[in-house]
Ligand binder design. Structure first.
Ligand SMILES: [Zn+2]
Ligand SMILES: [Zn+2]
Length: 172
């Protein structure tokens, strides 16, 4: 049931729990692979539409923006969506305001695509500039060596500001 049929939540809350496969590209260029995402929650009738509450979580392999190495990344996001029929969409200020910080979504044909929802949450969770570690040393701009694996054989930088930065970094 990777698509929720909202009409099934018409009279009583509908619970769901799925493990959709989300394509890595959905999370952006730094996502190498994604393990099946867990998405669960419930949908219930609310006003003109439905309320969807739940959680999305999983893990992915990301590429570090600094050293280009791969690392594991896990995420867990809450879902709080107010679903309204598309027909209720046009500048309906009332529906925008009545639910505080709930995110409003519009649906067609009484369906919600869980793969799409999971893909969106992954995209939100992946950092703009993923780092394998805050202290990642990146790659040498001259020879391309991964400096996390030790110093390369390039001549030492003579820039004092850089040296100061190296000293400042907490040792691990
Ligand atoms: Zn890195
Ligand atoms: Zn080098």
């Amino acid at each position: 049931m990777l698509r929720i049929d909202l009409t099934h939540a018409e009279t009583e809350p509908l619970e769901f729990e799925e493990r959709p496969v989300v394509p890595p590209a959905a999370g952006g260029v730094d996502v190498v692979s994604v393990a099946p995402v867990e998405i669960s929650g419930r949908v219930e009738r609310a006003g003109k539409g439905y309320l969807l509450e739940g959680e999305v979580g999983g893990s992915a392999r990301l590429r570090c923006a600094r050293c280009l190495g791969e690392f594991d990344f896990s995420f867990s996001e809450r879902l709080d969506l107010h679903l309204l029929p598309l027909t209720a969409a046009p500048q309906d200020d009332e529906t925008r305001l009545d639910r505080g910080d709930l995110e409003v979504r519009f649906y067609e044909e009484s369906q919600v695509d869980l793969v799409e929802l999971a893909a969106e949450q992954l995209a939100l969770a992946v950092p703009m500039k993923p780092l394998c570690a805050e202290s990642c040393r990146g790659i040498c701009p001259r020879c391309g060596a991964n400096l996390n694996q030790g110093a390369c054989s390039c001549p030492p930088e003579t820039d004092d500001r850089l040296a100061a930065l190296q000293d400042w970094r907490p040792s691990e």
